[in-house]
Ligand binder design. Structure first.
Ligand SMILES: Cc1cc2nc3c(=O)[nH]c(=O)nc-3n(C[C@H](O)[C@H](O)[C@H](O)COP(=O)(O)OP(=O)(O)OC[C@H]3O[C@@H](n4cnc5c(N)ncnc54)[C@H](O)[C@@H]3O)c2cc1C
Length: 422
């Protein structure tokens, strides 16, 4: 295992000195996978040394590599392939994956912090990294067999982008009413159906596909398959969106897609359990994306309010603006504590579905409110595309929709209340 890690480090060193530092840092602290083993933080937002190092490294990467390309990518509605490649080189696409498989072997909270830092600069890059790490990698890490992990985790850590394919034209919030079918044919399964709204799918090479192998069993027939693009996955349509425009979202067609039986992840009929558990965790990732987005909009707009003067004084010193900013800062702080709390609970093995739903619900509301207010704080300038503030507002709308709409989060929270009080 150590030899493998050293090989990865040497290879990174030749191409990316900073990636080396990140990877060495990850390796140095790789033994401290949970907070319990490390110095226990005294407050939710006090980070471990490992988390601090990762946060600084991702923040630097976001400023140096992503920031110069944000507007161009948004207008072209396309992710720059160089950014995807560099995310892999830096080790950000296998944050929790073990070093044996080329990952950074870091904690779940580290992944959440990376998603937050990326979203401060570009929520599109953030969701790409989020889906790859918290949905796809985690499914293989938790439910894959040893052979599946040996085969797929190194590829997912080092070079191949992935998608999580659950939603369909007729099944969104009611995800387990999916109609994609898989039928056994010798040592393969043949999949037919259409998936919709699939993040990363334009660039992805690995796909987790949820299909029903026995509709008579309802959701108990749902099974998770791993397919690769070259098996014949077809992009039917690339969506044109309001926000996160550089993040690809496509409909996919499967016409007699033949997937080897050995590519079932988690067992036949176990797809429901896999999806439900992983989406609980994924919601913390979306909360982190929305949290970073709110902070990014705030950080862009507030300095302007102290540079711009009207009526002989900086506009940020008028109580009308200052109090709005104070409220926004408080809401961002509350969203951060909810998000980190859900992440720490997950990491500690405590129940976290309620906390994850609350974090996603609230962080997505804060993201919309703060990015909307930030436009107004900058006046006419905030309304132009030059500052990038309006982009944060456009990007914020999706937080209330994907990985469970706000109503679905409320439904989850309400169920906990009913269980406790009725
Ligand atoms: C940009 C983008 C990226 C996405 N990425 C992925 C991805 O990578 N993989 C994937 O599988 N899916 C993805 N999705 C799909 C996403 O998860 C769904 O859009 C979402 O779950 C909502 O489903 P829907 O769009 O069908 O809306 P619907 O389910 O039709 O909901 C429409 C409205 O009805 C409300 N509603 C529905 N049911 C109820 C109820 N029981 N009570 C109260 N209100 C209700 C909803 O809250 C919403 O306001 C993505 C979507 C988008 C837009």
């Amino acid at each position: 295992m150590l030899r493998t890690a050293a090989r990865i480090t040497q290879r990174s060193c030749r191409s990316q000195p900073r990636a080396l530092a990140t990877r060495i840092a990850s390796r140095t602290f790789s033994a401290s996978r949970t907070i319990a083993d490390d110095v226990r933080p005294t407050s939710l937002d006090v980070l471990t040394e490992e988390e601090k190092m990762l946060k600084e490294s991702v923040a630097r990467f976001a400023q140096e590599v992503i920031a110069p390309k944000v507007r161009e990518m948004d207008e072209a509605e396309m992710m720059d392939p160089e950014i995807i490649q560099k995310l892999f080189e830096q080790g950000y696409m296998g944050i929790e994956t073990s070093a044996e498989y080329g990952g950074a072997e870091s904690s779940f909270t580290s992944a959440i912090i990376a998603i937050e830092e990326l979203a401060k600069v570009d929520p599109s890059v953030s969701v790409m990294c989020d889906v790859h790490n918290t949905l796809v990698n985690t499914v293989i890490r938790l439910y894959g067999t040893k052979e599946q992990q040996d085969k797929w985790l190194p590829l997912l850590s080092e070079s191949k982008l992935a998608s999580f394919c659950l939603s369909e034209p007729a099944s969104g919030s009611d995800a387990f009413a999916l109609q994609t079918r898989a039928v056994k044919d010798g040592d393969h399964w043949v999949i037919n159906g259409t998936k919709m709204w699939i993040t990363n799918s334009y660039e992805a090479e690995i796909f987790l596909i949820f299909a029903n192998i026995d509709p008579s069993k309802g959701y108990k027939g749902i099974t998770c398959f791993l397919a690769t693009k070259d098996m014949g996955i077809k992009i039917a349509k690339k969506e044109q969106k309001l926000g996160i425009r550089a993040s690809s979202t496509c409909s996919l067609n499967f016409d007699d897609l033949r997937v080897p039986a050995e590519n079932i992840i988690g067992g036949e009929g176990k797809g429901y359990k896999v999806a439900i558990e992983i989406l609980n965790e994924g919601r913390i990732g979306i909360a982190a994306q929305m949290l970073g987005l709110a902070q990014g909009a705030f950080d862009k707009a507030v300095p302007y309010t102290f540079q711009r003067s009207q009526f002989g004084q900086p506009i940020g010193t008028f109580q009308g603006l200052a109090f709005q900013q104070a409220r926004a800062a408080t809401e961002i702080e509350a969203a951060r504590l909810l998000t980190y709390n859900a992440a720490r609970r997950k990491e500690e093995g405590l129940p976290f579905a309620r906390e994850a739903a609350m974090a996603k619900l609230y962080a997505s509301e804060v993201a919309q409110r703060v990015s909307g207010a930030a436009i107004e704080w900058a006046g006419g300038v905030g309304f132009t595309r030059e500052t990038g503030i309006e982009k944060f507002w456009r990007d914020s709308k999706i937080g209330a929709i994907y990985e469970g709409t706000s109503n679905i989060q409320l439904q989850t929270i309400a169920k906990f209340i009913q269980k406790q009080y009725s």
